[in-house]
Design a binder for this molecule. Structure first.
Ligand code: BGC
Length: 758
């Protein structure tokens, strides 16, 4: 009887509240609906909702069906197709007592079928519309294959390029990452994540994962509260503000307490301070790892600690399912704690529209694509357009670039013709055979007007340790290194210009891919030296997932273009820029240090008591005496094929009142011969504060496009809020006094004016 009642209730509530895709979830109905459903559930059924299980394609599939039909799993990660998802959903909604639908999660990070540039590259566009396009298309493609939730955006502030996951990040700056987080969440979800062509964003990794000691993945984090609040936590608040209603909890510990069981983080900060009422999802194996962290004796204790801290759903370990019932029965975990977690999981399903239609994104069999990887399912033109906006021109001596589309080009390098690496880490359902390599892109652009020679020149690594670690992800040419270099030099000697595509393979950055060195791996540097010796004009195209310390290579190359891992259409996008069909406009979202020893090298550091001031004595200053001070390329840096000039800054007032606003403006002129785009960046420094304040902080940016000769005034508004920071008592305040306001086209070369906050 009861079951029939619940089902009737489900139907009536759903009909009235979520009938159409566009209807917003009506809160009272939602709460009533979930309360009734919760009231019908046994403890076992509740616990079952709190596990996300892995969809293993083969041997363990029957086990997955068993788990679902026994009501022991609430969600699935990794299902490959909508047909496969439907099979699983059928079990949940046909063979379980309450017919609660599953949801399907997946790592849709920078594209799904069409792969866009890695996130670090997307951030380099500083183009929020382009980034939104990439996320919207990713959502369309993923939802069309049955995905309901993505474990993205990753908003970890990443200041240490040794950490492989900088590739997945939007870089080092809190303001930039926060703005991108908002845009990506909105693009994934739309106004509400209920529409069938949108997916829910699960923002990650909460929190501070980007600050693992030494950049070594999964390492511990030790951080002052001011640093957390000021720099590492705001992007999460931004993502929640934009509507993200689920969050993945980091695997690292924070000042000794793992995030997974961190009551302060999950309750004080997340729920009480920020009033987050969505779902918390553990990262892969997070609960069992509490044993390895040494804070739980066994998996039973680990499960108890995690649920008491407020971890709603576990991912990648089955211990909630095994332990929670016993913990409730023994009184170690309360029924309320379980109910709270289940409520959050059910609310997530409700918000995704799954109670209304469990097949919302899985669709009907009759509508399945006949070919899952069909070319027609890709969004190539958007991928090409976005990718070219992410490329950063780092050097262009004597305007070697753009190249002419005739003559002979020698294309050299282990990454020049390699479709797998172009995809970068977390490439979802991207298919390597659909990738346009640099070779393909240049060959198409040249047509029969010029000729293209190719030689690999070197392997991407010659280290047996790296080869063993990366395994099959690397294709190693067994020829002797000297033979490969000789072949490349021969090709270069016959060419008018040499384009060397060097960097990292896809597996060299990403999760579990931390490095102790930022050098070009293997013999690639020697290859470049040999190419330079031919005397031919030399273009270095970098492909990598982190800043590399390429000072020596920069000196050898006449031009350097940073291309990250640029995705399905990367080769066409790179060709567009190399030949000048697109004028590069990317800017670095992360500092490139001169060497690994300079880390940390982020731009918004404190001044210290003994800062090094160029032109003054170096002795007893805060610097490394064996290297030039400052970065190889600063945050915000990137060149264009045209030139831009910046006027002095005009301020509407130099005395800003608390309720007022200050307008800061500059005239930007395209003084070159080509149309182009650039990013005008606003930085502010609080000169004197109750605690030491950064030398500058990004507070605004605008990407503008100017025709050759065109001039435009760019305005920024500064108010009290722009000047707020967390003081020693963690109060968010703006202190009166002097501020330096700087506007520039990168973080280093800026025009400055000062003003006072009254
Ligand atoms: C990663 C997460 C990812 C999860 C699921 C974990 O190892 O840390 O970022 O979302 O796996 O694939």
């Amino acid at each position: 009887m009861k079951i029939i009642y619940v089902l009737a209730l489900l139907i009536s509530l759903q009909m009235s509240s979520v009938g159409a895709e566009t209807l917003p979830a009506n809160q009272p109905d939602k709460e009533m609906f979930i309360a009734h459903l919760l009231g019908e559930m046994t403890l076992e059924e509740k616990v079952g909702q709190l596990t996300m299980s892995y969809d293993t394609e083969h041997a363990k599939k029957p086990e997955l069906f068993r788990l679902i039909s026994a009501g022991q799993t609430g969600a699935i990660i990794g299902t490959l197709s909508r047909a496969a998802g439907r099979e699983l959903q059928d079990v949940a909604v046909q063979h379980t007592r309450l017919k609660i639908p599953l949801f399907f999660g997946f790592d849709v990070i920078h594209g799904y079928r069409t792969i866009f540039p890695i996130d670090l590259g997307l951030a380099a566009s500083w183009d929020v519309d382009a980034i939104a396009t990439s996320a919207r298309i990713a959502a369309q493609e993923a939802s069309a294959d049955g995905v309901d939730m993505t474990f993205a955006p990753m908003v970890d502030i990443s200041r240490d390029p040794r950490w492989g996951r900088v590739a997945e990040s939007f870089g080092e700056d809190t303001y930039l990452v926060s703005r991108i987080a908002e845009v990506v969440v909105s693009a994934f979800q739309g106004p509400l994540p209920i529409a069938s062509d949108r997916i829910m964003a699960c923002v990650k990794h909460f929190a501070l994962y980007g600050a693992v000691e030494g950049g070594r993945d999964y390492n511990s984090v030790d951080m002052s509260p001011v640093q957390m609040y000021q720099n590492y936590l705001p992007p999460f608040q931004a993502a929640f503000g934009a509507g993200a209603d689920s969050v993945m909890i980091a695997l690292n510990s924070i000042n000794g307490v793992p995030a997974t069981s961190n009551v302060w983080l999950l309750q004080e900060v997340l729920r009480r301070e920020w009033r987050f009422n969505g779902m918390t999802l553990g990262d892969f194996g997070g609960i069992s790892q509490l044993v390895d962290h040494g804070v739980a004796a066994n998996r039973r204790e680990a499960s108890g600690e995690a649920i008491r801290a407020g971890l709603d759903m576990s991912l990648g370990d089955p211990f909630y399912g095994v332990e929670l019932e016993g913990l409730v029965k023994s009184g170690e975990t309360s029924q309320t704690q379980i109910d709270n977690a289940v409520r959050n999981v059910l609310a997530t399903k409700y918000d995704m529209g799954l109670f209304d239609d469990p097949y919302r994104r899985l669709g009907r069999a009759s509508e399945d694509p006949s070919e899952i990887d069909a070319e027609s399912r890709l969004h190539r033109s958007q991928a090409r357009d976005v990718a070219r906006k992410t490329l950063v021109l780092l050097k262009n001596k004597d305007k070697l670039l753009p190249l002419k589309k005739h003559g002979t080009i020698a294309l050299i390098g282990p990454l020049a013709k390699n479709p797998v690496d172009m995809l970068g880490s977390w490439s979802a359902r991207g298919v390597a055979s659909q990738v346009v390599t640099v070779y393909d892109g240049l060959a198409t652009a040249l047509g029969n007007q010029g000729s293209l020679l190719y030689a690999q020149g070197a392997n991407v690594t010659d280290s047996t340790e790296v080869i063993d670690y990366l395994g099959d992800a690397l294709v190693i040419d067994p020829r002797p290194e000297t033979a490969m270099i000789d072949e490349a030099v021969k090709a270069a000697a016959q060419a008018d210009v040499v384009v060397a595509v060097l960097g990292e393979s896809k597996g060299m950055s990403g999760e579990a891919a931390s490095r102790t060195s930022l050098d070009l791996p293997g013999r690639q540097s020697q290859l470049l030296t040999a190419l330079k010796a031919t005397g031919k004009p030399l273009v270095l195209v970098l492909m990598n997932g982190r800043p590399l310390s390429v000072g020596a290579e920069q000196d050898q190359a006449d031009a350097v273009l940073e291309t990250w891992f640029s995705g399905t259409e990367g080769g066409n996008a790179i060709a567009d820029v190399l030949f000048g069909d697109y004028n590069p406009s990317g800017k670095l979202p992360i500092t490139f240090p001169r060497s690994v020893g300079q880390i940390p090298s982020y731009y918004n550091h404190l001044n210290t008591g003994r800062p090094f001031v160029p032109g003054h004595s170096r002795t007893f200053s805060s610097l490394y005496y064996d290297q030039l001070d400052g970065p190889l390329y600063p945050f915000g840096y990137g060149l264009s094929y045209t030139d831009f000039s910046l006027s002095d800054v005009t301020l509407s007032t130099t005395a800003l009142s608390r309720d007022g606003a200050l307008d800061a403006s500059v005239r930007v002129k395209n003084t070159g011969q080509r149309d182009g785009a650039t990013v005008v960046q606003l930085y502010i420094q609080q000169v004197l504060g109750s605690i030491s304040r950064p030398v500058k902080e990004l507070k605004g940016f605008q990407k503008i496009r100017l025709k050759a000769g065109e001039e435009k005034t760019v305005h920024f508004t500064v108010d009290e809020d722009s000047l707020k920071f967390y003081n020693a008592e963690l109060k968010y305040v703006a202190e009166p006094g002097a501020f330096n306001l700087q506007i520039g086209l990168d973080s280093q070369y800026v025009k400055q004016r000062s003003f006072q906050l009254l």
